[in-house]
Write a protein that binds this ligand. Structure first.
Ligand code: XMP
Length: 254
């Protein structure tokens, strides 16, 4: 079964479109064990209200992919959730291939890649590995931070059409054409979600980070067309991660 379908089914059965970004602030390397335990306890508390967990360098760097992170990925799977690696792959093809092979070998169901690298000797090797292993590739389309306007928001001459177009529109069309498993558009830009949704429809689901701390709102992101919401600090840094995750998943259902 494709990653896209697995995500759809998991979100449906868990009744939640919430993807937890399991990110923690810097911890002294000698305290790595504390970090691992904190990650475990947030997962134990929040898992009933999620459909997936997204990992980032916050855990891969201190814990290592095959020591700590792989154990956490197993735990995510044991809870019946999907595991996504937010590595924003952005290098030449031969390197991207090895990055993808390692993350998929660690058990990740999907990874996030940057379409700025283009297809030939860029994205293609990632999609090839993903296809072979039946895993997912999610592409960035418009990032959630303020500076996103400088790259994803700039006007370009589209390489395929020769016409002027916003960069993110060109990326959204690329995500559709390449049959990516998802497109990331920041919840901080609901008007961009709306525009991208018009291009993607229900063919490529929109993953939306930036809820809460970055200023994005659940309602406006979902109403604009986001399928999944990526939420980190609002849950992870809360005094009661279970309560926060529950509240957010309930708000997403309204
Ligand atoms: P917070 O704490 O702000 O965490 O809820 C958000 C998480 O999502 C990541 N992030 C992004 N990932 N495209 C991505 O692929 C984006 O536009 C984007 N914006 C935020 C961020 O690194 C953190 O893990």
């Amino acid at each position: 079964m494709s990653f896209r379908l697995k995500m759809e089914q998991t979100a449906k059965s868990k009744q939640s479109p919430i993807i937890l970004a399991l990110d923690f602030p810097f911890e002294r390397p000698e305290n790595r064990k504390t970090l691992f335990s904190r990650a475990e306890s947030v997962l134990d508390a929040a898992h009933p209200y999620l459909c997936a967990v997204k990992f980032n360098h916050h855990l891969v760097l201190p814990l290592g992919t095959f020591d700590g992170v792989q154990k956490l990925v197993k735990k995510v799977h044991d809870f019946g959730l999907m595991a996504i690696m937010d590595c924003k792959v952005n290098d030449i093809g031969s390197t991207n291939q090895v990055i993808a092979e390692y993350y998929y070998a660690a058990g990740f169901d999907a990874l996030i890649a940057n379409p700025f690298i283009g297809w030939e000797e860029g994205l293609k090797p990632i999609f090839d590995v993903a296809k072979k292993l039946q895993r997912g590739v999610i592409l960035l389309v418009y990032m959630s931070h303020k500076g996103a306007t400088e790259g994803y928001g700039q006007t370009i001459i589209d390489a395929e059409t020769g016409q002027k177009a916003p960069q993110y529109v060109s990326f959204a069309k690329k995500a559709l054409k390449l049959e990516a498993d998802g497109a990331v558009v920041g919840a901080t830009y609901p008007e961009k979600i709306k525009e991208v949704y018009k291009i993607l429809g229900e063919k490529t689901p929109i993953y939306s980070p930036g809820i809460g701390v970055q200023g994005g709102e659940i309602k406006s992101a979902l109403e604009a067309g986001a399928h999944y919401l990526i939420v980190g600090r609002v849950i992870v840094s809360s005094e009661n991660p279970a309560e926060s995750a529950k509240k957010i998943s309930e708000l997403a259902r309204l």
